[in-house]
Design a protein around this ligand. Structure first.
Ligand code: SF4
Ligand code: SF4
Length: 434
């Protein structure tokens, strides 16, 4: 009974913190601009199934993709066992599904154990790749102490949690037949290799080991579920809505502002001039509330994998730009504003903004708009959209683009081409040669 009460308290506390954090994230995403996305639901679901669930884009690099698939699949499937943990914890039962599922139960448990071993192997290899091989994309400038620690914490925690499952099963198997509380599960392949380590241990000590591992695993899982809402591992959940709401237009398509498009069309005589209805709003993006809500969602879905940065030609040629940093900056600014609002302070009136305090003009001006980052991203994020919106702000609100660009803009405005010659002179070359 004491265990049941303790478990209920742990569950309630974890549920409370999880709910608080989910509400915070939802409210922070809602700081973004309205954007109604209802088109092409079939294509959107296809993206969810292939890109988020099937991890299609990850498989461009098969080995890391397979290891990642083990971690991700293992995490999702092993957590089915958590359902049994929760029911057992609340009802005071032990392995409540075993009698119901009969011979299927040991099969499931063996599958979970296989996945536990696969998850551990993948986590160890990922740790080696990050901290021994020191893959450059995990050590670039924006990967400061916290993102590196975050990645290590998650991988190490997963390894420990998997060990806890295996030791719990090993002690459980030894207790079956010696203690009436322990239901027969049949032989569990992987954990049976740990049984010799525990052989000869007294029943009371085995019960303690089994209970410790059970509590460690469930408290670890609950703590983990709260922790990932503060971590890049939020992508485990948000990759799904992000792929659903990702842009479906061809890469390179630039979203125009309708008010500007109308004005240009009327200048060109393609449309009758209409009086502007109301304020046109800010051109481009200076802060996070100038970006759409789904762009803000994508910042929370970013895995910090750095594939975008490693493909970015600007970054490769030593420019200051890193598309991953752009996504991390958006998320950091969202957290900053969200926390201020939560404390009852005016969120945006802190004298700061995304552009200027987080992202510099030097960074956004270095972008070649090549879309390599968009193509590389495994969860369909577009750092380029954010860069273009900030550039639009600088160009249209501040007239702050580099001088060379301004003369090009002026030429486009007056000559409808980037060159300084008027449209009427375009065919002069043919006269000179005739
Ligand atoms: S679009 Fe810009 S940020 Fe993205 S890869 Fe190309 S240069 Fe880099
Ligand atoms: S934007 Fe995409 S590719 Fe870049 S770090 Fe985030 S998840 Fe990885």
């Amino acid at each position: 009974m004491i265990q049941q009460i303790a478990f209920s308290v742990v569950l309630l506390v974890a549920g409370f913190f999880l709910r608080q954090r989910i509400l915070f994230i939802r409210n922070t995403i809602r700081l973004g601009k309205e954007n109604t996305i209802t088109d092409r639901p079939g294509d959107r679901w296809q993206n969810v199934l292939l890109v988020a669930f099937g991890q299609k884009k990850m498989f461009k690099r098969p080995l890391p993709a397979l290891l990642h698939f083990f971690i991700y699949g293992g995490f999702l499937i092993i957590n089915l066992e958590v359902l049994e943990f929760v029911i057992d914890g609340l009802a005071g039962t032990h392995r409540i599904f075993a009698p119901w599922l009969g011979p299927v139960y040991p099969l499931l448990m063996n599958l979970f154990e296989f996945l536990a071993v696969a998850v551990m192997t993948a986590c160890v290899l990922f740790l080696l790749r990050r901290f021994v091989l020191k893959l450059p994309r995990f050590w670039s400038a924006e990967m400061t102490a916290w993102p590196r620690l975050d990645a290590a914490l998650i991988l190490v925690t997963e390894i420990i949690l998997m060990w806890a499952i295996l030791f719990m099963n090993a002690s459980d198997q030894l207790l079956q037949g010696q203690h009436e509380h322990y239901t027969a599960t049949g032989r569990l392949f992987f954990s049976s290799f740990l049984m010799p380590v525990l052989n000869g241990t007294e029943v009371s000590s085995l019960v303690m080991i089994e209970r410790f591992c059970w509590w460690f695993h469930i408290v670890g899982i609950l703590g983990f579920s709260v922790y990932i809402t503060y971590s890049k591992h939020l992508h485990i959940f948000l990759a799904f809505p992000n792929t659903y709401y990702a842009r479906l237009e061809p890469k390179g398509y630039i979203q125009n502002m309708p008010v500007v498009t109308r004005e240009v069309r009327s200048m060109l005589g393609l449309e009758a001039s209409t009086a502007p209805s109301g304020e046109p709003g800010r051109f481009g993006a200076k802060d996070i509330n100038d970006l759409t809500w789904n762009t803000l969602l994508s910042a929370y879905a970013c895995t910090e994998c750095g594939r975008c940065t490693s493909e970015c030609p600007a970054n490769q040629t030593g420019k200051k730009l890193s598309p991953r940093k752009i996504m991390m900056d958006v998320r950091d600014r969202m957290e900053e504003v969200g926390k201020r609002i939560k404390r009852g302070e005016p969120g945006f009136e802190d004298g700061k903004s995304l552009l200027g305090n987080y992202v510099t003009k030097e960074e956004i001006n270095a972008c070649t708009s090549c879309n390599a980052c968009v193509e590389a991203c495994p969860v369909m994020i577009s750092p380029l959209d954010i860069i273009l919106e900030m550039r639009r702000y600088v160009a249209m609100e501040e007239s702050g683009s580099p001088a060379q660009w301004n003369s090009m803009f002026q030429n486009i405005e007056t000559n409808f081409a980037p060159w300084k010659f008027p449209a009427a002179d375009r065919f002069n070359w043919s006269k000179e040669n005739s």
